[in-house]
Design a protein around this ligand. Structure first.
Ligand SMILES: *Cc1c(COP(=O)(O)O)cnc(C)c1O
Length: 347
């Protein structure tokens, strides 16, 4: 890895960040707050939220096994994705390399930030080839995007191939582990100390059942986290979101129960889809969804919409022609989907 100061955009390196009222004062004993032009009425919503989300990060630190100062919290993982570009990639000059197919936001944020995006095809079973990724890199490659388990394919990327990339690449490697709670692989976030050039993304939107509150996480060295904190909007996580996340994290066992139930349902749904004559195959999955190759994905998708059942049509995605990505729902939701698919055969 290059030194961090040689990877950061020069303007970000020398940036003096906005200093908010709540940054400057963070003691415990005060009780009269006349520093932020807040309205004294309408408590508790009248107060600006904690800009560094101290209480919430302490809870996440415990659950995820990551020191608080190695955690960034964002308005969804999407904020962390955008910040990675804004901190490290110079518009019009630098580039990013990513696996393909994968989550669409890596490319959208590259386009928004005017960063060249270099997709590198996965193998025919969606497997990662480290050598191929590294060959696509040059001196101006600042970021490599990996996603494991990958969306929309569902599979874990091979651990040794990821390690090879982490060891050989001179820039930053982002590993999106949005779905790692559904997988039995050891998550890469627990290897943070071994890889100073690694950024791991997590989210509350999937296993933790909280897509509506918009809370994403990035885990990285404290130097990288400091950069993210410098560039983010001062109050990027609302007090409502911080409060609701703390509530949820008081009972992490509930999340474990959800995961267990979803994994049992996943097996049942996959078995049922596989025996449909309209299904060519399902791909192995380590996530809470399954990618299914169908006879005619577009037609089946349109048919399901008419029945009020919405799945994700991935027909137009590279290497995914005729594929539907199906999230695992409740037992009764899954039953509705399966009943509709069975009826499609005979319609
Ligand atoms: C769903 C998903 C996310 C979550 O994004 P949020 O902005 O946190 O809701 C992140 N990465 C991948 C690959 C996803 O599929």
């Amino acid at each position: 890895m290059k030194e961090l100061k040689d990877l950061v955009r020069p303007n970000i390196l020398k940036l003096a960040p906005y200093s908010s009222a709540r940054d400057e004062y963070s003691g415990q004993t005060a009780h009269v707050f006349l520093d932020a032009n807040e309205n004294p009425y309408n408590s508790p919503f009248n107060r600006y939220p904690d800009p560094l989300q101290t209480e919430l990060k302490a809870m996440i630190a415990k659950i995820k096994g990551i020191p608080s100062d190695c955690i960034f919290l964002g308005n969804g993982s999407d904020e962390a994705i955008d910040l990675a570009y804004r901190c490290f990639a110079r518009p019009g000059i630098d580039n990013a390399v990513a696996i393909e197919p994968t989550y669409g936001m890596y490319k959208v944020c590259a386009d928004i930030n005017d960063i060249e995006y270099r997709p590198v095809l996965l193998g025919s079973n969606f497997e990662l080839d480290a050598e191929k990724i590294l060959t696509a890199c040059d001196n101006n490659t600042k970021l490599i995007w990996l996603c494991s388990p990958n969306n929309p394919t569902g599979n874990n990327l091979d651990r040794h191939e990821i390690e090879m990339i982490l060891m050989k690449f001179h820039g930053l490697v982002v590993i999106d582990e949005a779905y790692s709670d559904f997988s039995h692989e050891k998550p890469f976030r627990l290897e943070l100390a071994n890889y100073p050039n690694m950024i791991v993304l997590n989210t509350m939107s999937k296993a933790w059942g909280s897509a509506g509150i918009r809370l994403g996480m990035a885990f990285a060295s404290k130097e990288i986290i400091k950069l993210f904190n410098k560039v983010k909007y001062p109050y990027n996580i609302s007090s409502l979101t911080q409060k609701q996340a703390c509530e949820l994290l008081k009972d992490p066992f509930q999340v474990d129960k959800w995961i267990k139930t979803i994994l049992l349902e996943r097996t049942r749904v996959i078995d049922a889809i596989n025996i449909l004559p309209i299904c060519k195959k399902t791909y192995p999955t380590n996530a809470n969804f399954v990618l299914a190759e169908m006879d005619n994905a577009q037609d089946i998708y349109d048919y399901l919409v008419k029945k009020g059942v919405i799945v994700r049509n991935r027909n137009r995605v590279t290497m995914c022609s005729n594929c539907l990505r199906i999230s695992i729902g409740t037992k009764s939701e899954n039953n509705e989907l399966l009943a509709a698919l069975r009826q499609y055969q005979i319609s």
